[in-house]
Design a protein around this ligand. Structure first.
Ligand SMILES: Nc1ncnc2c1ncn2[C@@H]1O[C@H](COP(=O)(O)OP(=O)(O)OP(=O)(O)O)[C@@H](O)[C@H]1O
Length: 296
């Protein structure tokens, strides 16, 4: 199994605060991976480290075995669309496609033009006058024209309406299926991600909470509902990820290590959104409450 992106105890600090800490994970080739977490979790920081825009303060990140900060030779293999889809606003889409050809050794202008024509993007209008969604499509077309082996997208659909989001994801999936590109995209839209991603990385408060193949993660978690349960082990449960209680009843999101056969529990399957939200529920707000001087 080829590993495209590998982070080992990776950390980045701004002043005294860690934006990313002890981040260890790997992304196998051919995956379409979701990078999720609340605002300020460290998603953009991880992507910027992966593309060599930031230098790690601890540990290492390697893309195809190379440090992107120390070895710019790996950068032609990476396509990156930053959060605000920065483009030269006075240039037209046609000019940007042409410019890309002058700036990149490997450049598929035909692919970019075909995509943009298919999407009805006007070629001769300055991109600053296109809609947010159209600009996102131009940025994606330019990134794909690079024929990258790894494509990093920082909240690519944030400015799109639901229909445009669906079209964006469909066209992205079509392109990467053809080219076998590995994709890592950050987003807050969990329901959308479930449709397009087969690998998941959850960040919270600068730390990795969960990494793995989506189907494996879903298969390894269950919701249990039963009489109030405050403590003690449950057969088949490796970890209680999140618990909520009423006076008489407990609802648990658990990671299993076998079948849960105790008949006092009603066992339900969970979706990706349930799993992610359970891992994000704890811990994030403690520091914030302290800093604001209000009770948690
Ligand atoms: N240039 C910077 N200077 C100081 N702190 C920064 C800087 N960039 C990011 N941070 C801090 O690092 C932390 C992680 O930020 P980052 O942008 O990686 O989060 P994110 O998960 O991408 O958030 P969002 O979902 O809001 O885009 C935050 O606490 C942020 O305030």
């Amino acid at each position: 199994m080829e590993i495209v992106l590998e982070a080992e105890q990776l950390g980045k600090r701004y002043g005294k605060s860690w934006a990313l800490r002890d981040c260890s994970l790997h992304l196998p080739a051919g995956r379409v991976a979701a990078l999720v977490g609340p605002n300020g979790a460290g998603k953009s920081t991880l992507l910027h480290l992966a593309v060599g825009l930031l230098r790690p303060d601890a540990g290492a990140v390697r893309i195809f075995g190379e440090s992107p900060y120390d070895n710019p030779g790996v950068l032609p293999e990476i396509g990156f669309v930053a959060q605000d889809t920065p483009l030269y606003r006075d240039f037209t889409a046609a000019e940007l496609v042409h410019l890309g050809g002058r700036m990149n050794r490997r450049w598929d202008a035909t692919l970019a033009r075909d995509r943009l024509a298919q999407l009805g993007i006007p070629p001769n209008l300055p991109v600053g006058r296109l809609s947010g969604g159209q600009r996102a499509q131009v940025a994606l077309a330019l990134a794909l024209a690079k024929r990258p082996r790894l494509l990093l997208l920082d909240e690519p659909v944030a400015s799109l309406d639901p229909l445009a989001r669906r079209e964006f994801h469909q066209s992205l999936m079509g392109s990467v299926a053809e080219s076998e590109t590995t994709v890592l995209l950050s987003s807050h839209l969990l329901a959308d991600l479930e449709r397009v991603c087969d690998y998941l990385i959850v960040l919270n408060s600068a730390r990795v909470q969960l990494v793995g193949v989506v189907d494996d993660l879903i298969a390894a978690h269950r919701q249990l509902v039963g009489p109030r349960h405050d403590d003690g082990s449950i057969g088949g449960v490796a970890e209680v990820v999140r618990a909520s209680h009423t006076d008489r009843q407990s609802t648990l999101l658990v990671r299993t290590d076998g079948p849960v056969t105790d008949p006092t529990w009603t066992v339900r399957d969970v979706g990706l959104e349930d799993v992610v939200l359970a891992y994000l529920a704890d811990g994030a707000t403690q520091t914030s409450h302290r800093e604001w001087g209000v009770p948690a």
